[in-house]
Design a protein around this ligand. Structure first.
Ligand SMILES: [Zn+2]
Length: 403
């Protein structure tokens, strides 16, 4: 039975504890942390309540089954309890990301309030979380990697690394004189590779370009792919195409058509969408996008659980290397970064294909292969040998010479 501290090591200070306070009683433990610091489930369980709550502004309550020691934990003061997409009834693992520290409700500064109840939801029975967490371990901060996107300049890979970011989502389109840092350049990509900063592809010429439909999608995908290849990328990785406006439902047809146009060029498995919750979720539902980079903007604090990347517009810009950047989080191990190889698994079907190519489709018996009719019923090796022998190339023998 493992319990977790609700915040990662080094990300918080202990604040007000369990006990009398200001003539009343503080029935929990406060963890002071910077606004936006991730917090995690103290144990596995089920979301009992989530959303608005008096005093807390917003809260999340998790019910823990007896198999992990039972009890209920209550987390308060976040700005948006639904920031990670959780809903009532969802299962969470111990140490799983639940949300981000805020200062909502009756709060004097950014902190997480944690209350613990020993058996089921019983507010009168709250106990000291420090006792309950006595043998807790720290959550590892999860596999979450943070990254940046920017257009106003190029911060440089060393500065990006030094600031603790692991990837960049880069525009493949140029930004003209007003945004000289927008387009990914070959020497820039080389800099990222040298410093171990992952690259993710985006295409955005202007915000509502998708309104122009299928031909525009085809044209943009061609330009995007050319820039990927010029920068040392591979053609079989996703490109996120931007719906960078508050797109309405009646604009979805044009968006889907644009994405289908892109799929004609780069393949439907490689088409991604950037945008707010609704157009992005619709594109995933319709199968016109397989990859999703969601903005918090235009999303009403909804997060689609299928997304690969989340742009944390709510935390504002960070300045890295003199450039204002948006902060992003990876939500899946494969979020579209160039370095991941997509080799086909060596399954029986693949091995069968290879064998057929070498040996042909004809009738097979042990020690004898049917060959290909277009090679005179020879296998690939026998056909090569026959050609070499005919041409008199040194060392080539006709296929029957050894039998
Ligand atoms: Zn408190």
């Amino acid at each position: 039975m493992t319990r977790y501290w609700p915040l990662a090591l080094g990300s918080f200070r202990f604040g007000s504890g369990f006990g009398p306070r200001d003539g009343g009683f503080h029935a929990g433990q406060d963890f002071e942390a910077a606004d936006g610091t991730p917090f995690y489930a103290c144990a596995g369980g089920t979301v009992l309540y989530i959303g608005e709550a008096q005093g807390y502004g917003q809260w999340i309550v998790i019910d823990h089954p007896a198999s992990v020691g039972g009890g209920v934990t209550e987390y308060g003061h976040m700005w948006h309890a639904g920031a990670t997409g959780l809903q009532v009834g969802d299962r969470v693992d111990g140490g799983q990301l639940l949300g981000y520290v805020g200062s909502n409700g009756q709060s004097s500064g950014p902190h997480l309030h944690l209350s613990v109840m020993p058996h089921g939801y019983a507010p009168q029975a709250k106990l000291d979380p420090m006792t309950w967490l006595a043998s807790a371990i720290y959550p590892d901060g999860g596999p979450m990697i943070r990254g940046l996107d920017f257009a106003g300049g190029r911060p440089g890979a060393a500065a990006i690394r030094a600031a603790g970011f692991g990837f960049v989502v880069r525009y493949l389109s140029h930004g003209g004189p007003s945004l000289p840092g927008k387009q990914l350049l070959p020497e820039e990509a080389e800099d990222y590779r040298a410093h171990g900063v992952e690259i993710v592809s985006n295409w955005e010429s202007w915000g509502d370009r998708m309104r122009e439909g299928r031909a525009a999608g085809r044209e943009d995908a061609q330009a995007a792919l050319a820039q990927v290849l010029a920068c040392g990328g591979r053609p079989n990785r996703p490109i996120y195409f931007s719906a960078d406006w508050d797109a309405s439902e009646d604009e979805q047809d044009a968006i889907d058509e644009y994405l289908r146009g892109a799929a004609e060029v780069i393949g439907e498995d490689n088409v991604g969408i950037y945008g707010g919750y609704w157009p992005l979720s619709r594109a995933l539902d319709h199968g016109t996008a397989r990859w999703a980079w969601q903005a918090e903007a235009w999303s009403g604090w909804n997060v689609d659980p299928r997304i690969h990347l989340l742009q944390r517009n709510s935390v504002g810009y960070v300045n890295v290397g003199g450039v204002d950047c948006d902060v992003n989080e990876a939500r899946k191990p494969d979020y579209g970064q160039w370095s991941i190889s997509q080799e086909a698994p060596m399954n029986d079907e693949v091995l069968g294909d290879i064998r057929e190519q070498l040996c042909g489709t004809g009738q097979r018996e042990p020690g004898h292969y049917g060959g290909w009719p277009q090679l005179g019923d020879r296998t690939v090796v026998d056909a090569l040998a026959a050609i070499g022998a005919k041409l008199g190339i040194d060392g080539f023998e006709g296929p029957c010479a050894r039998t």
